[in-house]
Write a protein that binds this ligand. Sequence first.
Ligand SMILES: Cc1cc2nc3c(=O)[nH]c(=O)nc-3n(C[C@H](O)[C@H](O)[C@H](O)COP(=O)(O)OP(=O)(O)OC[C@H]3O[C@@H](n4cnc5c(N)ncnc54)[C@H](O)[C@@H]3O)c2cc1C
Length: 144
Amino acid sequence: MPRLSSGKWIGSWALAEAEAGSDISSLKTVARQVAGGWVLKGKKQFIINGKVSKLVVVIAKTKMPNKKEGISAFVVEKCNGGVIIGNKDDKMGMRASEIGELIFKDCYVPSENVLGQTRTGISASDACARGRQNSHGRFRSRNC
Ligand SMILES: Cc1cc2nc3c(=O)[nH]c(=O)nc-3n(C[C@H](O)[C@H](O)[C@H](O)COP(=O)(O)OP(=O)(O)OC[C@H]3O[C@@H](n4cnc5c(N)ncnc54)[C@H](O)[C@@H]3O)c2cc1C
């Protein structure tokens, strides 16, 4: 947190996918539970500062043995690997920040990096969205 709030690190928030924006239940990115943590797999799009951020909050479907599927939020530190920068998207205006794809390929996230608790990802995502006042192209410059 100190590195983010001081501006030393830039963060990004990764919810949107090709077939999941408003409808968060259609997410295809999955988090599979493994010893000591989770492995993320999926592709996100329209991610502001995805290329330059050090840390990404990723919203993914969690699959837990013998439990119902849920949606969870994970704090992914890019330096740990498994995050690939995909294509950059173009915009009609507001080009002050880059926007593009982030691909998670066998991206290991330790258990302590689950934001809140597993299966509370919808409220974590809502909190991010409220902070940003997202209205399709009109954003405050506040990252979550
Ligand atoms: C400039 C920009 C920056 C962005 N940055 C980020 C980012 O940093 N991180 C990130 O994760 N995402 C980002 N996004 C993506 C953003 O989260 C999605 O665009 C948003 O969630 C909407 O999803 P969608 O584009 O798939 O639209 P859709 O979900 O397909 O919605 C299309 C239209 O249908 C309406 N609609 C949807 N569902 C319903 C329903 N059930 N009933 C009635 N109407 C409905 C919507 O209100 C909208 O008008 C960004 C988008 C833009 C344009």
